[in-house]
Design a protein around this ligand. Structure first.
Ligand code: ADP
Ligand code: MG
Length: 262
């Protein structure tokens, strides 16, 4: 029966990861719907980055299930999770330093189909060249969109932190994931490039990618997120719009730090 409610794109149930005695993620439950732009906020050490590591496969959970696009992905290796349509950006953006900006973009375009070696051998050279041309045109168009076009022939190691971040967004855009996990994309970025990054996140959402954004700057979160999930001590303490949550005592106590300020 279809009641008109779309199934969530991401469903996290009972997710747990302890490091020795540290209960980094301790029974975390939340959902993200397709097309949503959701903020994940909470104090330092709440477990937000660990959730991203668990979802993207860099860490294996101790317990819990992660349903992504209708399939369980918990414990799968990172490349399988990436191939299923889930991309993440790192707290520090790391492009291939000895490749040019354009080359970094070209290698972000996923091969079509899995049988790429056989396809490369069996496809007539003229068609391979046409595919290469199309990939190059797409990469250049995305470079333009993310204001990287003037830098396209520069080595990636010459880019500033903010430019690397833009390159990372452009790479995510080329991979066309269903879901992008962004862990503090504004960290260490100057105010001019912050504007570009905000535009980059909006571009991703407009292109159909669902976004889960970890960010400390609540003004920014309020501007671009439909909804926020508040994590405290490894669990979800509250969800809703930031406007609603400002009055929530759990959130005020744990995050906004206004309780006991006398
Ligand atoms: P957040 O991103 O919300 O600031 P983290 O997920 O980075 O929080 O960290 C949650 C807790 O887990 C912290 O107490 C942190 O010190 C601890 N932690 C994170 N990663 C590791 C690790 N690899 N080994 C040991 N402890 C870790
Ligand atoms: Mg973190």
């Amino acid at each position: 029966m279809d009641d008109g409610t779309p199934a969530p794109l991401l469903e996290v149930r009972g997710l747990r990861k302890h490091f020795g005695g540290v209960k980094a993620v301790d029974g975390c439950d939340f959902e993200v719907g397709a097309g949503e732009m959701v903020g994940l906020i909470g104090p330092n050490g709440a477990g937000k980055s660990t959730v991203v590591e668990l979802l993207s496969g860099l860490l294996k959970p101790d317990a819990g299930t992660v349903l992504f696009d209708g399939r369980e992905i918990q414990g799968l290796p990172p490349h399988r999770i990436f191939a299923s349509g889930l991309s993440r950006c790192f707290q520090l953006a790391k492009p291939w330093p000895r490749l040019s900006v354009l080359e970094n973009l070209l290698i972000a375009i996923p091969p079509e189909g899995k049988d790429t070696i056989w396809r490369a051998l069996l496809t007539p050279p003229s068609r391979v060249r046409a595919a290469e041309r199309a990939a190059r045109e797409r990469a250049l168009a995305v470079a333009e969109q993310y204001r990287l076009h003037p830098l396209r022939n520069d080595y990636a190691y010459t880019l500033s932190g903010g430019q690397r971040r833009l390159l990372e967004f452009a790479r995510i855009a080329l991979a066309r994931p269903k879901l992008a996990l962004l862990d503090e994309p504004m960290a260490g970025v100057n105010p001019v490039l912050q504007v570009e990054i905000e535009r980059g996140i909006r571009n991703l959402v407009e292109d159909g990618t669902t976004v889960l954004l970890i960010e400390h700057n609540l003004g920014f979160v309020e501007r671009i997120c439909d909804r926020v999930i508040v994590m405290v001590e490894g669990r979800v303490a509250a969800t809703g719009s930031l406007a609603e949550l400002r009055d929530n005592p759990i959130v005020q106590d744990a995050y906004l730090g206004v309780v006991g300020a006398a």
